[in-house]
Design a protein around this ligand. Structure first.
Ligand SMILES: Cc1cc2nc3c(=O)[nH]c(=O)nc-3n(C[C@H](O)[C@H](O)[C@H](O)COP(=O)(O)OP(=O)(O)OC[C@H]3O[C@@H](n4cnc5c(N)ncnc54)[C@H](O)[C@@H]3O)c2cc1C
Length: 454
């Protein structure tokens, strides 16, 4: 990896880097791919526009499939040690009735739960592992704004940040830059967006009083002590808790969707001591609601989740406390070009139903890794050779999209028949092989995906 001043524009020195693979985007897809390639002896530069991974409301529920792969990569234990909560079940509830349930305890150990873990904990751990390799270059705080082309093919990127402009020359560029991928647009590849869902999601986090004293929000020493205590509790697996207290059934933790009349609301415990809430509202309808002012939004939220009304009134103080997720699904027209591959959300974006995005991003990296290593070794990084990735991965993505559409219908359909029939059907199904098969599919996607150690 080399970095050298390359160009002078208005007195500004543009740095120039040279590498094998330039990954744009240090999210789960980009950093897992970087680590896999580095382990195979490939030089990698990751260009990330953010400094640090600590922006709020990144997806944080890990399915067993992603957990198993991260474990095999040797990063899960360290990520969990930074803090996270296990959840045993996913439940759709209306009043005191359970309409649908996915019970992860039925899956084989050790991945018999969902893991709610700040994405920063996973990304920081991945980054620490990448940093152990000499061939790794972490170029954060730089936003990619252009593609370098040579002889009609992609041969690098240009980026800019507070430290000035830079050019990264590479044999392959990987666009792992998320749902609104700049790389995809620069390559002239259509996003393939479809408005398949009737809802968007408004996310926010609340802090329960019992854990925060006077809830000053200040990170006092006392709070830090409390947090580290909770961190240990959060790390404990259900089995460990059961072993420590034989005969005492440890309390179950659930990811719940409450259905009370109008729009469903998702809620779960988020590390360390917060409640993550996702309020579904009509697709593209937030502008109208927000247009009536923050007081109006707050009252709508209180009506949607009455048990948290007091915390909402107290803690939602500015529009910045709320984060709107525009829900859509998309599959890019193609995932490769000469010298270019798209992965993760940049290639295919999903609705939040069933928490699939991180699973799919990690699996994409695992599937792409041997394709890239082979292409680099063969000296052929053309679209046809790289296209093997889409051939292998496309059917899995199509299957997950079909499953999410079914999940969405099962969860969100209203009406007296659906509401009466669904819980009975769910109770009967729970004892059939089909239930475990669907659960396994939601948890793992394609379970045959394995890390290539070649
Ligand atoms: C609010 C919300 C909640 C979600 N909840 C869940 C969940 O619970 N479970 C789940 O599995 N999935 C969830 N998802 C989806 C999940 O977060 C994504 O599917 C997953 O993060 C995709 O990983 P990725 O690496 O492809 O892209 P991203 O995680 O989006 O990472 C892309 C990276 O590229 C960087 N970048 C973008 N543009 C540029 C540029 N021009 N130059 C340099 N860098 C750039 C970004 O800063 C970012 O770090 C959620 C998504 C959202 C928005």
């Amino acid at each position: 990896m080399s970095a050298a001043p390359a160009d002078r524009k208005g007195g500004e020195v543009a740095e120039e880097f040279d590498t094998d693979v330039c990954v744009v985007g240090g999210g789960p897809a980009g950093l897992v791919l970087a680590l896999l390639l580095l382990r195979s002896g490939v030089r990698v530069a990751v260009v990330e526009r953010a400094r640090g991974h600590h922006r709020e409301f990144r997806g944080e529920i890990l399915q067993p499939g992603a957990m198993a792969l991260l474990d095999e990569l040797g990063v899960l234990t360290g990520a969990r040690a930074r803090g996270g909560h296990e959840h045993d079940r996913f439940r759709l509830v209306e009043g005191d009735r359970v309409l649908l349930e996915a019970d992860y305890r039925l899956l084989p150990a050790p991945y018999d739960h969902l893991l709610s873990i700040p994405q920063a904990h996973v990304l920081d751990e991945l980054l620490d592992h990448c940093a152990k390799f000499d061939g790794f270059q972490w170029l954060d705080g730089r936003r990619v704004g252009g593609l370098v082309r040579r002889e009609g093919r992609v041969a690098g990127v240009t980026a800019a940040g507070p430290e000035g402009p830079c050019t990264v020359r590479a044999r392959v560029v990987v666009g792992a830059d998320g749902r609104y991928s700049r790389i995809r647009r620069l390559a002239g590849i259509g996003a393939g967006r479809t408005e398949a869902f009737d809802h968007d999601v408004l996310w926010f986090k609340l802090t329960e009083h019992k854990n925060t004293g006077k809830n000053t929000g200040k990170n006092t020493e006392k709070n830090t002590e409390k947090k580290s205590g909770r961190r240990e509790a959060g790390q404990e697996s259900r089995r460990e808790r059961a072993r420590e207290r034989p005969g005492v059934e440890p309390p179950l933790r659930d990811v719940r969707v409450f259905r009370a009349g109008g729009s469903p609301v998702l809620a779960y415990a988020s590390w360390p001591d917060r409640i993550q809430i996702g309020w579904t509202l009509p697709h593209q309808g937030y502008r109208d609601i927000a247009g009536q002012g923050l007081d109006h939004v707050r009252e709508q939220l209180c009506r949607a989740v009455p048990p948290y009304a007091h915390l909402i009134r107290e803690q939602i103080r500015s529009p910045r406390d709320l984060s709107l997720l525009d829900v859509f699904s998309s599959r890019a027209e193609r995932w490769t070009d000469d010298g270019l591959v798209l992965i993760g959300d940049a290639a295919h974006t999903h609705s939040p139903i069933g928490a699939q995005g991180i699973n799919l991003a990690v699996q994409d990296a695992v599937v792409l890794h041997p394709v890239l290593v082979g292409a680099l070794a063969a000296g052929d990084t053309g679209a046809a050779r790289l296209g093997v990735f889409e051939e292998r991965r496309g059917p899995d993505i199509a299957a997950v999209m079909r499953l999410q559409t079914l999940q969405s219908k099962a969860m969100l359909s209203q009406g007296p028949i659906a509401t009466r029939v669904r819980p009975r059907l769910a109770r009967v199904l729970r004892h059939t092989p089909l239930y475990r098969k669907v659960l396994h599919r939601i948890a793992y996607g394609n379970p045959s995906i394995r890390i290539s150690h070649g």
